[in-house]
Design a protein around this ligand. Sequence first.
Ligand SMILES: [Zn+2]
Length: 260
Amino acid sequence: MKILFFFTIMLFLSKAQAFTLNNNASAAFENNEVSINVDSNGCASLSVTAEEMLGYAEAAVEKFWNSVPTSRLKLKRGTLVNAASAFRTDLICQTGTNCTPNPALAVESNILIACNNNATNFSNTASVLGVTVPNNISGRNIVGALILINDNGSNTFESRSYDEKVAIVSHEIGHAIGLGHSPVDDSLMYYQSVATRFKLGWDDIDGLTYLYPTEQPFSGCGSIATENQGENLFILFTGFLFMLLVGDLTKKYLGRKKSF
Ligand SMILES: [Zn+2]
């Protein structure tokens, strides 16, 4: 009986969500296609060229974010753009705020990756590899987002393997499209050890699908009948479990009566 009870509870708990969002508005890009551009000035301290960074971004979207059939979002390799020098030196958030974006670094559209050496952005200059904020939001739409890679020479981005760099950039892209950290430790959006992730976890997929759901094509009455059938099957299955539970209790009750 205990197993049956546990199974019934699990049936209802299995829809719980764990992913978080990185803004209060549940904002997401309105366009289905979003480009990832890179500051052509590259990194001053890290031995990573702008062209290489563009390559990491391209690999990141192909390997991770573009592989989810339930998401409408298609990220694509953008171009090298000559960003203002403030992108390489300035704060990403205004001082003393819980990240109110610095308007001087607002990204006009799409996603921009730049290398930045501001020590306040990277409070731990060795271990924080990047910071990201959708810093141009209109209502519930992300218009532009900024990814800053830690360009302080002491951090470990440079010494990571190719796959690890791709995973790190991919985690930052997750923030740029509106996702926060996940408490589920096999997710790319888990706050630690992102470099060891080589595919999305179910929680990343849930978060992406929540923000960027694909629209179901209308296929006439057939699809409505199929949905009802699914619901009916679910009700039948739950009813069956309930009957088993009642049967089990009745047996127990009768069993007890007999013993008197
Ligand atoms: Zn993060």
